[in-house]
Write a new protein. Structure first.
Length: 95
């Protein structure tokens, strides 16, 4: 039975090492996500501070991804998620 103890200890050590590795990776991932979110918020603040209409749309689907506050105020609502040709030109197909 003494021969079994080193095997058990090795298995436990491997398990602990894997848990620590996963914890480290998740912690790093959370920090990266927080940094990306902070950068995204800074960019939105900059775009919202521009006193002109600014929007971002997907070039393939024409989906509006962002409208700054000046543009939202100008159009009376936020069209994020809508198609730009529909929201801005009242068309059924791309311009």
């Amino acid at each position: 039975m003494d021969w079994l103890y080193p095997t058990i200890i090795a298995s436990l050590a491997t398990g602990v090492a894997l848990l620590l590795q996963r914890w480290f990776l998740l912690s790093r991932q959370k920090r990266n996500i927080a940094a990306l979110n902070a950068g995204n918020e800074r960019l939105k603040a900059i775009l919202n501070s521009i006193p002109a209409e600014v929007y971002v749309a997907d070039i393939h689907s024409y989906e509006i991804l962002f409208m700054n506050q000046t543009m939202v105020d100008s159009f009376g609502q936020d069209h994020t998620g809508d198609r730009c040709y529909k929201a801005f030109r009242a068309l059924d197909t791309p311009c």
